[in-house]
Design a protein. Structure first.
Length: 490
């Protein structure tokens, strides 16, 4: 097994040089790059990694592209954070669950010791980098998040040896790379199972087949993954007329967008365009759609969400994203929003960091149409703070009339392990959707740590287990292992 050098109990090495050199060409599988692909609209004769902005030491804001005139500011330096180890080592999630041989896969976990070994399918993982992810500091009962990049060649499964395995399979697709410029022509040439790595720099060209988005998915562009190249700053610049980062108005399956940065301007007023990072709602359905490890900041939106809006999803995975400094006081958007609008199953909103949102709620689940439904809703281990209203809302539908308890469209929901602070309304709220029409209880609030309170219109319809609420007194909080006004909550 490949063994990580022991550098102490909580210190790890980050193979920066190896990341830059080894990642310069995705070996193993069939690879297409901007230098070799003969696709209309893609520049040739360019070696990936040498164009402005692809060098990790170069400010991507110097890439002219079609920038509206203001350079993208460099990232602020990360403040030192305490490294917290609490519990057994565990892999939590990955950006990709299938890719061609030779793909680079980013995996997140926690409590992983410096002596850990990893297995990729049938062989020891080829480790590219291993470090703490400073976008996800420890919160509540959650320890510090770690980020591992490996090269996967054969077999199935990514294993933290001696502990757990994440699902992963090798497919027969191709690996593509692209330097800053139009993305659409490359997507047109790709096939299901292919992975496109965007090299570092600024991407701000609107796809002509879309209405206002940089990455556009439809039935002709199905089963694809668009990933920011590991170790490089890949920016989707949404400032020009309220562009969206990703959008679709079609049925799509097995799509992944991951490891990119969405930059916005705040309030957007352009008609029909809304400046959000990921739009996957209204027309079309989404099956097995993954949004992982995105960094979103400055987005406003004249729609319903600043970071991402979703509907009609069967298998939705919003995992490990970081959104901050979004919304405006004049536009009541939510940071992350699922609006129902059809059949929805297996909705997972987990391990995200949603901070500093001016407007309304951090995470909102709220229906709109008659006949819609949702099963297997999981909102788990998110860090939500500084919100204009609730931190997390699980609500009824306005597609039905009548008393609140007859308007529930969600059959079951687990809200677990979240930390919620500094909200102007209830930290976590179950609004009208606490008891399904049959009278059974399938709504659970478990192990949440909140500053403020947890509110339900029908408290007997929610099971409360081991929550800790600081600054709240109420009937439910003193049973089921819950505690109120506990000094160690936050």
């Amino acid at each position: 097994m490949f063994k990580i050098n022991e550098l102490g109990n909580i210190r790890y090495f980050f193979l920066t040089a190896l990341a830059v050199v080894s990642l310069a060409g995705c070996g193993g599988g069939s690879t297409e790059t901007a230098a070799t692909a003969t696709i209309p609209g893609i520049p040739t004769g360019t070696t990936p990694g040498t164009s402005p902005g692809t060098d990790p030491g170069t400010d991507p804001g110097t890439d002219p592209g079609t920038d509206p005139g203001t350079e993208i500011p460099p990232l602020p330096p990360k403040l030192p954070v305490d490294i917290v180890v609490n519990g057994e080592p565990q892999l939590l999630y990955s950006d990709l669950v299938t890719a061609p041989s030779g793909a680079y896969v980013t995996v997140w976990g926690h409590n992983i010791p410096g002596t850990a070994t990893f297995t990729c399918g049938n062989e020891p993982c080829e480790l590219i980098s291993f470090d703490y992810d400073l976008n996800h500091p420890a919160h509540g009962n959650q320890p510090s998040r770690q980020k591992v990049v490996v090269k996967f060649n054969s077999g199935s499964g990514i294993t933290l040896d001696g502990y757990n395995t994440l699902p992963f399979t090798v497919n027969n697709g191709k690996i593509w790379e692209l330097t800053p410029g139009p993305i659409g022509p490359t997507l047109d040439a790709m096939n299901p199972g292919d992975v496109l790595y965007l090299r570092g720099g600024v991407y701000d060209v609107e796809d002509p087949r879309s209405y206002g988005s940089i990455i556009w998915a439809n039935k002709d562009r199905d089963g694809l993954a668009v990933i920011g190249y590991p170790g490089e700053r890949v920016i989707l610049d949404l400032r020009n007329g309220g562009l969206r980062g990703f959008d679709t108005l079609d049925d799509i399956h097995n799509w992944t967008v991951a490891n990119m940065e969405c930059v916005g301007t705040g309030n957007i007023t352009t008609s029909g365009k809304n400046g959000m990072c990921v739009a996957a709602h209204r027309a079309g359905t989404r099956t097995n759609f993954r949004v992982v490890g995105m960094y979103n900041h400055g987005t406003g939106s004249n729609g319903s969400s600043a970071f991402g809006e979703y509907s009609k999803t069967n298998g939705l995975y919003i995992l490990g994203n970081f959104s901050e400094n979004t919304g405006t006081s004049s536009n009541e958007t939510h940071a992350l929003y699922h609006g129902g609008r059809g059949n929805n199953n297996n909705v997972n909103i987990e391990f995200n960091h949603i901070g500093s949102h001016v407007g309304r709620r951090g995470i909102q689940i709220y229906g709109h149409l008659t006949g819609e439904n949702m099963t297997n809703l999981r909102i788990r281990y998110n860090n939500v703070h500084d919100q204009g209203s609730n931190g997390i809302l699980v609500s009824h539908t306005d597609g039905l009339s009548g008393s609140a308890e007859t308007r529930c469209w969600i059959s079951d929901a687990l809200v677990e392990g979240n930390t919620v602070e500094n909200t102007s309304s209830a930290a976590i709220r179950f609004l009208g959707c606490d008891v399904d029409p049959s009278g059974s209880t399938d709504f659970i609030a478990r192990g949440n740590i909140v500053q403020g309170n947890i509110v339900a219109d029908f408290p007997t319809g929610v099971i409360y287990e081991n929550n800790c609420a600081q600054g709240y007194t109420g009937d439910f909080i003193d049973n089921g292992g819950n505690s109120s006004n506990h000094p160690s909550c936050i």
